[in-house]
Structure formats: C-alpha cells, structure tokens
Design a protein around this ligand. Structure first.
Ligand code: NAI
Ligand code: MG
Length: 502
C-alpha cells in the first residue's frame, strides 16, 4: 500500500494561488458580493484537511436577491430575452473556448477542492464541460416546434407548438464532479433561454465560482447566471422560493425526496438525478480480462464517488474466483495519494463525513460476517480522507453494504448460477441509474440489458459516455433525463398555439 500525501502547493499556477488569496464572494446580478449577513465558511483540501479559502455563505436573503436578479434578467425586453438563438449559440461556444483556455487552472482548483487527480479533472471534468458548452451551442438554434393538423369541419386552423424557456431555474449540485455538475445545470438552462441560480455543494464551491467569472468574461448578461454557495439551508431556500420556476437537483435520494415535497408550494418543475447502486453482471462467456478491467474502472472511478459506478458485482459461479482474484489484485495495486502527485491513481474522498461513512460501511460488512478480500476498514495515512479500494465477498443481499449507496471505493461481489436469478437480484434495489452486462453472446447481452431496470445500461464496457447521450434514473434514482437531445425538454415549456384562419 503506497500513500503519498504531498500538498504540492509549489506546483500551483499563479492564477490558482491568486484565486485562493482572498475570500470568494457570491455572484448575484453580475456582481461579486458578500453575503448580506457577512457569513463565510471554509472549503477544505481533502488531501491535507487544511482550509483552502473562506467562501461567502448565501442565506435566504441572498437567495431572494439572486431570484429577483434572475427574474429581471429573464423578463421580456431584457438583454437576455432579446438575444437571438444564434447569439446564444455563439456565446455558449465562446464559454467553451474560455473553459478550455483555463483547463489547467480549473483542473488544479478542482483537485484542491475535491481531492481528485489533476489529470482526471483536466481530461475528464474540465474537457467534458468545454464540450458540453459546444454541444449545446449547436442546440440553441434548433429548439423547434411542430405544426399539427386539426379536423374541424368547415373551419380552417393553423396549429403549432413552441418550446419556450420555463423561467428562473435553481440548480443544486453535489461535490463529486463540482464543475461538471454545475455545467449540467447551467448549460441546458441557458441554451433554452432560462436564467439560473446555482447552489454549489458546500464541500466544493470553487470551480463553480471560477466558472461564474468566465461566464461574465464571455459576455453572459448580468443576472442570467447567479452563483450562491452555501449548505443545505441555502438549497432549501431556493426550493421553497415561489420566484423559482424549476429546480434541477443532483444528489442523494434522501434530499431528492425532500425537494420533491418542498417544491409543491408553487408546483415548480423538478428534475432529479439521485443515487445509484449499479449491478455489474459478468457471465462465464465474457472476455474475462476486459470484464475485470471494467469492474475495476466501474467500481473505483472517481474514488468510487460516482452515482453510476458498478458497486454490485454479480459474477457467474464458474468464473467467480478468477474474477474476484483479478479485481482484488487490481484494487491492491491502486496507488492512493494526493491528486497532485503524478504517480497517484486514486485521491482522497471528499470530506471527513464521507470518509467516516465509507469506512463505517466496510466495518459494518465485517460485523455482518462478510469478507474484505482487498482493502481495509482502516484509514490510510494520518491526514487526509484516504481509503484503500476495497472488494467485499461472502456478502448477502440484506447487508447494508449491499443495499445502500456507499459512494466510495467499495465493491461487493456475489456469485450467481442463472440468468433469471441474476436479473432478479440485480433489479432488487430501490435504485435504477445504471447497470452492466459482460457476455460474448450478443443475444444474451442485449436480452439481459433489456431486462435491467436502469436509465443507462452498458454492454461489455463501463463508463463509456458522450455529451450526446441522455442519462437519468428509473425508480428512486430520479425524475427526467439530462443531456443529449432529450436534455432540453426539461428546460422548456411546450406551448400549443391555435390560430383560426378567417
Ligand atoms: P446531499 O444530497 O445532501 O447534497 C447535495 C446538494 O444538495 C448539496 O449542494 C447540498 O448542499 C444540497 N442540499 C442538502 N440538503 C438540501 C435541502 N434540504 N434542500 C435543498 N438542497 C439541499 O448529498 P451529500 O450529503 O453531499 O452526500 C450524501 C450521500 O448522498 C452520499 O454519500 C451519496 O451516497 C449521495 N450522493 C449522491 C450523488 C449523486 O450524484 N447521485 C452525489 C452526492 C451524494
Ligand atoms: Mg473542499
């Protein structure tokens, strides 16, 4: 087990050091302002547990100001409402270029605030964010309606539909992909002409705040995107606010349920991307090396803090020992350390809370009689929220480690004998975000994939992804779909116009 916890501040870009040199403010109505009550909170570096910088903490009063600004920016006659779709398209493309030009800086900020590897942040989170701006730049001019025939004897009509922006959108996001999740909310919303208040996660507010600066630099008009960091109460103030027309949330299923209930006050629209506990099914006719590599990537990607990770491994009994050994060996070889150390494979978890939660689940598995085949329930190192990637066997379906979303580098493995048995076990969860099947029998792969109750199904691959693809959850994994051609539907209202031709 290798653990290197170097806080490589020497390698920080001057722009990053400068961003961290003074308290960060809220972005409201195109201005950087303190919270009205002056409150701030610390955001930490999870590799060192040290404070990075103080950040203004939005209260209900700040939410009120931000909603008013977003409303003004949305209203007819505003610079934003007057912007043509083509102008919005060019603006989105410009932001994508700016994100790309600042890729190294954003990647360092993300790695400092979240703990992930700098390269992973740059090549994953930041690169995808830039591509998302460009992908949606194409959509801005293609938000179309249809003409629909009517059959009223003796009268003539022209009926058509329009897709119009919903209004003021609150985006509330988690800490696992801080910049990317901000992008998931802001981009489709503004592509369709909405205005936004973004509430970043309290653990990781920095890249959303830096993105706010880039949006202003690109020419996004005042009030169109507001960024109000804070804790759950700041998010709750947005969800309660009757000036908000829609909430787009990514986070825990528990908070998703609270949001669905609280949003009923003014029946604001709600889209939810919630938890997961994805089954990853390996048949005995699979390419076993590829399946092992997929199980490792699917299980441990992003320090295991990814809603579509394949945390429940189901392996055909004939290849169970071989697959478990392969995954365990790979897990043991993963080097855990600072996201700034180029030799690191896996950084720390995001927070002390997440660290305790994940280690607690590994301990609970041991207490329940399961076996820790790789990894451990002990913390790694003295400082920082490090966990060794863990594989748990001798698991039964009723154990907490098997039923709950852990959101850390913890994979369970259970053997199976038949297709029907494994499909039933895989679907035996309240979640339905992702699932996967490994089999060289093309009929079986598609057949089993079709029976899995999940919004994304990977066949002979894992985490293969593109900004063109819609994603979201069945069951308690959410409401609605994000990205792709479907991703705009949740950010528009459909209006039917009926004109009589007299
Ligand atoms: P969370 O769901 O509490 O937080 C996500 C966001 O919601 C944060 O911005 C938070 O400030 C905000 N929030 C919290 N309470 C709120 C409320 N009542 N109204 C409005 N906004 C509220 O997630 P947390 O506590 O960070 O993580 C807990 C667990 O949730 C994780 O261990 C993991 O299992 C799951 N999770 C799932 C994610 C996913 O992508 N599906 C992402 C993050 C966490
Ligand atoms: Mg932090």
């Amino acid at each position: 087990m290798t653990t290197t916890v170097s806080n490589d501040t020497a390698s920080l870009l001057p722009s990053v050091s400068s961003f961290l040199s003074s308290p960060r403010q809220l972005l409201i109505d195109g201005e950087w302002v303190d919270a009205q009550d002056g409150r701030t909170f610390a955001t930490l570096n999870p590799a060192t547990e040290e404070e990075l910088v103080q950040v203004a903490q939005g209260s209900a009063a700040d939410v009120d100001r931000a909603v008013a600004a977003a409303r003004r920016a949305f209203e007819a006659g505003s610079p934003w409402a007057r912007m043509t779709p083509r102008e919005r398209s060019h603006l989105l493309w410009r932001i994508g270029d700016l994100v790309e030009a600042h890729a190294d800086e954003l990647a360092q900020l993300e790695a400092l605030d979240n703990g992930k590897r700098v390269e992973a942040a740059r090549d994953g989170d930041v690169a995808t964010t830039a591509e998302l701006f460009r992908y949606f730049a194409g959509w801005a001019t293609k938000i179309e309606g249809t003409t629909i025939p009517m059959s009223v004897p003796g009268r003539d009509f022209h009926a058509y539909t329009r897709r119009e922006p919903i209004g003021v959108v609150a985006g509330i996001v988690p800490w696992n992909f801080p910049l990317l999740m901000a992008a998931f909310k802001i981009i489709p919303a503004i592509t369709a002409g909405n205005t936004v208040i973004l509430k970043p996660a309290e653990q990781t507010p920095l890249t959303a705040l830096r993105l706010g600066e880039l949006l202003l630099e690109a020419g996004v008009p005042a009030g169109v995107v507001n960024v109000v960091p804070g804790f759950g109460d700041t998010g709750a103030a947005l969800v309660d606010h009757h000036g908000v027309d829609k909430v787009a949330f990514t986070g825990s299923t528990e908070v998703g349920k609270k949001i669905a209930a609280a949003a009923s006050g003014n029946l604001k629209k709600v889209s939810l991307e919630l938890g997961g506990k994805a089954p990853n099914i390996i048949f005995d006719d699979a390419d076993i090396d590829a399946a092992i590599a997929g199980a490792v990537l699917g299980g441990y990607f992003n320090e295991g803090q990814c809603c579509v990770n394949g945390s429940r491994l189901y392996v055909h009994r004939a290849v169970f020992d071989e697959v478990v050994e392969g995954v365990a060996n790979a897990a043991r070889a993963i080097r855990v350390g600072s996201g700034f150390d180029p030799s690191t494979d896996m950084g720390p978890l995001v927070s002390q809370e997440q660290h305790e939660k994940v280690l607690g689940y590994i301990r609970s598995a041991l207490a329940d009689g399961a076996e820790v085949t790789a990894g451990s329930a002990d913390r790694v190192g003295e400082r920082g929220y490090f966990v060794q990637p863990t594989l748990i066997t001798s698991v039964t379906e009723d154990m907490a480690v098997q039923t709950d979303e852990i959101f850390g580098p913890v994979v369970t493995a259970i053997p199976f004998d038949s297709e029907d048995e494994v499909v039933a076990a895989a679907n035996n969860t309240v979640y339905g975000l992702a699932a996967g099947v490994w089999s060289k029998d093309i009929g079986r792969a598609h057949r089993v994939g079709g029976r899995l109750r999940a919004g994304t199904v990977w066949l002979n691959t894992w985490h293969a992804d593109d900004v063109t693809l819609p994603r979201g959850g069945f069951k308690q994994s959410g409401w609605g779909r994000e990205l792709g051609a479907f991703g705009l539907d949740d950010y528009t209202e459909l209006k039917t116009v009926i004109a009589e031709l007299r």
